[in-house]
Write a protein that binds this ligand. Structure first.
Ligand SMILES: [Zn+2]
Length: 494
C-alpha cells in the first residue's frame, strides 16, 4: 500500500473522484480562557496550575463569555465572507471522557457565529475556492498524559490547564478534491488567522488541529461513498501525505471489491500510512440542548461594524496588490505575503524610498534576507533605511551585486550602516572609464601572450584580461565597463 506507483495512482484518479471535507480546530489568541479568568499562558507551566472551579467543572460554577474570543470568530467569519447572525446561542454537547470534567462541552450547534463563507487559494492547477460551512466557538478539553508510574505500571493523568481554552472550529463544505488542495486550504487558513490576529495556529504546537473526511465515488456519480475520518496529522506535509495515502487505500479496496467501513483512522507519520482507530457503527448522538447557564448572545450591528472596519488587509488582497500595483510575480507575492517578517521588511523599505523598484526590493527580501534568517535560525534585524540604501547603490552601479550581498551580511552581523560598510570595505565600484585606464594599461602591458592570442582571433581572452583588471582593483571595477574598455583598448591597438 505504501509504494503506490504513479501509474496506479493516475489511473485510480481517472476513475474515482475524492470528496474531502476538512475540520480545523484553532486555539484563539486571548489572555484568558473561554468562560473563566484563568490565564491561557500555560505553555510549559506545571500541570493543573491554570485552573479554577469553572474550568475544572466544579458544581455550581458559572461561565462568563470571553468577549475577545467572540470577536476573533466574528473577524474570521468576516474575513471569509461568511454570514453573521443577529443573535447566537450556546449549546451543550454531551459526552463522557476523562478530559471533559463537566460531562459536556459548551459549543454552538445550529446557530454558529459564522456560516456560508469561502476561502480562495492558489494551487498548482490554479486558483481554487473552498466553501466554508461554518465557524463556531467552543471550549477546549483538558489534556490526558499517559505515563509510567513509579512501580512501572501505566497511568493516565489529566492536566486541566488547557480545559476551557477558547477554540474555534471551522468546517468546510465537501468541496476539496485533492490532497494538495487540502494542504493549501489549511496553509491559507493559518495565514488568514495569523493576519487578523485570531490565532497563532501553529500545528506543531497543537494550536491548529486538522481532521479530514475522505470518501471516493466513481466519476459522474452523485452519491457520496463511505466516509473515513483522518486524525493525527501534525503538519501541513502530513495533511497532504495522509489524504493522498487514504485516497490510494480506498481506491485499491474498491477495485478489489472490498467494502469500506465508516471509521476513524490515524496517520502514522513514520510508516506513511493511515491505521484504524475506531469503527463508527452509529452516528454520534451528543444530545445537544441550549446551555441554560448562558443567555443567547445578541450581536449589536454597531459592534459588528466596528470589527469590520478594524479588519486589516487580508492575505489574498495583499497578494493581488503586490502583483497588480507593484508588478511582482505571483511567486514573489506569495512568498512575501506568506511570511509576515518578509512582507514587513518589504513594505517598510519601500516606505523609506518610494522611487525604489519594488521588484528589486522583493528580490533582496525573498532571496538574501530569508537566506540569512534561515541561516541564523532566528529573527534577524535589517533596518529598512539601510536596505533601501543598498538597493539604490546596486541600481546606480555604485557597488556590485556580490559586494552588496556581503554588505547586507555585515549589516545583519554588526548593525552598521550601508554607507559605513561600503566605505570601510572599499566596495564602491570604479564606474569611470578614465579611472580604470591606468589599470587596463598595466594589465595589457603585463600580459603580452594574451594580447597576441586576441590578435590571433581568440576573443575569449578578453574574459581573462577583465579578470586581471578586477583582481588589480580588488573587485571594485564595474565589470561591464571594464570589459568594454579592455575591448576598445585591444581593438584600438590592432
Ligand atoms: Zn478557569
Amino acid at each position: 500500500m505504501n509504494a503506490v506507483s504513479q501509474e496506479a495512482r493516475t489511473s485510480a484518479l481517472e476513475r474515482y473522484e475524492a470528496v474531502i471535507g476538512i475540520e480545523i480546530h484553532c486555539q484563539l489568541r486571548t489572555v484568558s480562557k473561554m468562560f473563566c479568568a484563568c490565564s491561557t499562558d500555560y505553555d510549559g507551566a506545571a500541570p493543573n496550575t491554570h485552573v479554577c472551579p469553572v474550568c475544572l467543572g466544579l458544581p455550581g460554577a458559572l461561565p462568563v463569555i470571553n468577549r475577545r474570543a467572540v470577536e476573533h470568530v466574528l473577524l474570521a467569519g468576516m474575513a471569509i465572507g461568511a454570514e453573521i447572525p443577529a443573535a447566537t446561542r450556546w449549546d451543550r454537547k454531551n459526552y463522557f471522557y476523562p478530559d471533559l470534567p463537566k460531562g459536556y462541552q459548551i459549543s454552538q450547534y445550529d446557530l454558529p457565529l459564522a456560516s456560508h463563507g469561502s476561502l480562495t487559494l492558489a494551487t498548482s492547477d490554479g486558483p481554487f475556492t473552498v466553501g466554508i460551512t461554518r465557524a463556531h466557538l467552543e471550549e477546549d478539553t483538558a489534556k490526558l498524559v499517559h505515563a509510567t508510574g513509579a512501580d512501572g505500571s501505566k497511568v493516565s493523568l489529566v492536566d486541566f490547564n488547557r480545559s476551557g481554552a477558547p477554540l474555534m472550529e471551522v468546517v468546510t463544505d465537501p468541496d476539496v478534491r485533492t490532497a494538495e488542495q487540502a494542504r493549501r486550504y489549511a496553509e491559507e487558513l493559518q495565514l488568514l488567522l495569523r493576519s487578523i490576529g485570531a490565532s497563532d495556529a501553529d500545528m506543531e504546537r497543537g494550536q491548529m488541529r486538522v481532521e479530514a473526511n475522505v470518501s471516493l465515488r466513481l466519476r459522474g456519480d452523485e452519491a457520496f461513498g463511505t466516509r473515513v475520518e483522518i486524525k493525527n496529522m501534525n503538519s501541513f506535509r502530513s495533511v497532504e501525505r495522509a489524504i493522498a495515502h487514504e485516497i490510494d487505500r480506498q481506491a485499491a479496496a474498491l477495485d478489489a471489491g472490498e467494502p469500506l467501513v465508516q471509521e476513524t483512522r490515524g496517520w502514522h507519520e513514520d510508516r506513511g500510512e493511515t491505521y484504524r482507530m475506531r469503527v463508527k457503527e452509529t452516528s454520534d448522538d451528543y444530545r445537544y440542548f441550549p446551555e441554560p447557564d448562558l443567555p443567547p448572545l445578541h450581536l449589536d450591528p454597531a459592534w459588528l461594524d466596528g470589527l469590520r472596519e478594524a479588519l486589516p488587509e487580508l492575505p489574498a488582497a495583499r497578494r493581488d496588490r503586490y502583483q497588480a500595483s507593484l508588478g511582482l510575480s505571483a511567486y514573489d507575492a506569495t512568498v512575501l505575503v506568506g511570511d509576515p517578517g518578509a512582507s514587513h521588511l518589504f513594505e517598510t523599505t519601500l516606505a523609506v524610498d518610494a522611487s525604489l523598484d519594488p521588484k528589486q526590493v522583493a528580490n533582496w527580501v525573498t532571496g538574501d534576507f530569508l537566506r540569512l534568517r534561515n541561516q541564523a535560525a532566528g529573527p534577524i534585524e535589517v533596518a529598512p533605511a539601510e536596505l533601501a540604501a543598498l538597493v539604490r547603490l546596486v541600481a546606480d552601479g555604485s557597488i556590485s551585486r556580490a559586494n552588496a550581498r556581503e554588505v547586507l551580511e555585515l549589516h545583519v552581523a554588526s548593525g552598521d550602516t550601508t554607507a559605513a560598510i561600503v566605505e570601510a570595505r572599499g566596495f564602491r565600484q570604479i564606474s569611470d572609464a578614465g579611472a580604470l585606464r591606468a589599470t587596463i594599461d598595466e594589465v595589457i602591458a603585463g600580459n603580452p601572450a594574451a594580447v597576441a592570442d586576441y590578435r590571433a582571433g581568440k576573443v575569449e581572452v578578453v574574459g581573462f584580461l577583465v579578470g586581471q583588471v578586477m583582481k588589480a582593483t580588488r573587485g571594485q571595477a564595474n565589470a561591464a565597463l571594464a570589459r568594454e574598455a579592455v575591448r576598445e583598448r585591444l581593438d584600438a591597438e590592432g
